[in-house]
Design a binder for this molecule. Structure first.
Ligand code: LLP
Length: 431
């Protein structure tokens, strides 16, 4: 099986975190997001322990909550001692409502509005990751009006080309995010930030991209950032105490995806940072990382009910399900690959080649093309694996389709942690 939380029981049903997925589908209806809570907690601990071991006690993983943001996840993060990365006023609101300690939040985004900046400060957001000059000015000014000093990091682009899909590459010079080191603009902006009142520059941030498997690129970006810290110290006398290396560790969606060992990669990055710190004779900065996908992706599974199975003679077969791009737009957007199976016949040979289609009025509403399933029939339960990251987070109400519920699985049993939207919920704000 693709991940260790997947299995098949004696009834031939797919299990997830030890639960019979067919029973879950019957009990909670479909489409349904299912979340293996223990897996999320294990991942948090892997990051915390590996980072402390290799980067030192003060290092800290921030869960990039854009991957899956709702109250329950912030409660888990609080219990696990994680910090979090938030990217909008609404994520800040959700974290706060969930009781997450706001001093441990980092506010990201390439275009924070004045309203959001003020709101974040009122909520007590601990750190801002400033993207550009306009933002530095706005943060400084609004902090001044509130009579506070806001801690900030500056987002920089180290000029790294990751081998991932274009939509999620962010570390290259030509990017809407951050300020480029290569062009000299980062240094100019850092000097400017140091002159501004009501902000306290703690250090620098970079995020090279998402779904990255090549551990070397993380080492390369760490090298560039340490070089930059050294340059800034020489040029301005300012010594950064914090270096945030962003997120991006790749996750296996299909058998052919490689496997990236989180601890091994952290150890390798630490070797680079320590060597550079020694070379430049600067103290090791506090290292932050921002994993999103690698914390929640394989802790998620989506269950659907099969509707029509349509074979177009001489062409192909379409298997339509009761969800689709509204709960998982990632195939439509990026052509992302998923592993799926008929959950109520998980031990049968998968030899029926088909395209899995959603129910929206849109031909591109597909979940997978040319995949093999046990021959599906109306009423079967289809499971799509590794849907914990950027699925619910990117879900929409296109065609006024209500978003599914999320059910968490833990040692106490299963429970709804996010309610299924009703038709009335979808129409709630209509005047
Ligand atoms: N930090 C920053 C500043 C980010 O922009 C991101 C992701 C992360 C951390 C977390 O990266 P991760 O560990 O999850 O790879 N919607 C796309 C992914 C967009 C990623 C956006 N930024 C997808 O579904 O593949």
């Amino acid at each position: 099986m693709l991940h260790t939380n997947l299995g098949i029981n004696d009834n031939g049903n797919l299990t997830f975190a030890g639960f019979d997925t067919v029973k879950l589908a019957k009990e909670y209806q479909t489409p349904l997001y299912v979340l293996d809570e223990n897996r999320i907690r294990e991942k948090c601990r892997t990051y915390i322990n590996a980072m402390k071991k290799h980067f030192g006690e003060k290092s800290q993983p921030l869960y990039a909550s854009k991957a899956l943001s709702f109250k329950y996840i912030y409660r888990i993060m609080k219990e696990e001692g994680m910090s979090v990365d938030v990217v909008s006023g609404s994520e800040i609101y959700t974290a706060k409502e969930a009781g997450f300690p706001m001093e441990n939040t980092y506010f990201h985004g390439n275009n924070k509005t004045d309203f959001e900046i003020a709101f974040a400060m009122d909520c007590g957001v601990g750190h801002f990751v400033a993207d550009c000059r306009e933002e530095l000015d706005a943060i400084s000014q609004i902090a001044g009006e509130k009579g506070i000093t806001q801690k900030i990091l500056m987002r920089l682009t180290p000029g790294i080309d990751t081998h991932t899909y274009e939509a999620v590459q962010t570390g290259q010079v030509d990017s809407k995010f951050g300020t480029a080191i290569e062009t000299g603009q980062a240094l100019e902006l850092t000097k400017y930030a140091l002159t501004l009142p009501n902000i306290e520059l703690e250090g620098f941030h970079c995020h090279i991209g998402s779904q990255v498997f090549d551990g070397q690129t993380f080492c390369d970006s760490a090298d560039i950032m340490l070089d930059y810290i050294n340059t800034v110290r020489k040029e301005t006398g300012f010594l950064a105490t914090v270096l945030n290396l962003g997120g991006g560790y790749g996750v296996r969606y299909v058998e052919s995806d490689p496997y990236l060992d989180i601890e091994e990669s952290i150890a390798a990055v630490a070797t680079h940072i320590k060597a550079k710190a020694e070379e430049f004779n600067v103290p090791m900065p506090t290292i932050l990382m921002e994993p999103g996908r690698s914390i929640v992706a394989d802790a998620g599974l989506t269950l659907y009910t099969v509707g029509s199975v349509k074979t177009i003679t001489g062409y192909k077969s379409y298997v339509s399900i009761d969800g689709g791009m509204t709960d998982n737009p990632r195939y439509a957007l990026y052509g992302s690959q998923y592993t799926s199976c008929i959950a109520n016949r998980a031990n049968e040979v998968a030899d029926f080649e088909c395209t899995i289609a959603g129910r929206c009025c849109e031909s591109g509403d597909l979940i997978a093309e040319n995949v093999k399933l046990a021959k599906p029939e109306r009423g079967d339960i289809l499971a799509v694996m590794v849907t914990g990251a950027y699925n619910y987070a990117m879900a929409s109400n296109y065609n006024r389709v209500p978003r599914p519920a999320i059910v968490a699985l833990n040692k106490e049993g299963s429970k709804v942690v996010l309610k299924r939207e009703t038709y009335a919920d979808v129409a709630m704000n209509d005047m």
